[in-house]
Design a protein around this ligand. Structure first.
Ligand code: HEM
Length: 124
């Protein structure tokens, strides 16, 4: 298998793994479960984001993209997803704000995923 095809698969699987962790941590936030601040879950989420960024940058700069609108849209999507998630899942934030921010982060992920799959329109 071509290395970049393998890396696209790793990138897509890690994206799904990251959102699985995001959903579980969101459920903990909704149910006031202190596990939301669990160091293991936080480390898993951070590692998934780092691998997502690393494989994404690899694909962008070894493939045909470079810094094009596709790469910029993906990077903006990842930054929105990470920042909204970090703020929403911070213990101590009031529940309505946490829910709105968490849903917005989920929206950023869904858009970025569908955009990568050519199922959502570009915004730039
Ligand atoms: C929320 C974050 C992200 C999600 C959900 C995501 C999702 C995906 C998915 C599902 C694919 C596979 C598309 C296919 O099946 O062909 C893909 C490919 C790709 N992604 Fe990401 N990605 C994210 C972040 C990034 C970032 C931050 C970058 C770069 C800075 C990036 C660059 C790329 C590139 C270059 C490809 C290969 C496109 C191609 O040549 O066909 N992604 N992404």
């Amino acid at each position: 298998m071509d290395t970049n095809i393998l890396i696209i698969k790793v990138h897509a699987i890690i994206a799904l793994l990251s959102v699985a962790i995001y959903l579980i941590r969101g459920f903990w936030m909704l149910t006031n479960n202190p596990a939301v601040a669990n160091k293991g879950a936080l480390a898993g989420a951070s590692l998934a984001m780092l691998i997502l960024l690393g494989t994404g940058l690899w694909l962008a700069f070894t493939g045909t993209h470079g810094i094009d609108n596709f790469t910029i849209a993906k990077a903006v999507g990842l930054v929105a997803y990470v920042i909204l998630g970090v703020v929403a899942l911070k213990p101590g934030l009031n529940k309505p704000a946490a829910i709105v921010l968490w849903l917005a982060g989920l929206g950023a992920f869904a858009y970025t995923f569908l955009f990568a799959k050519d199922m959502a329109p570009a915004f730039i």
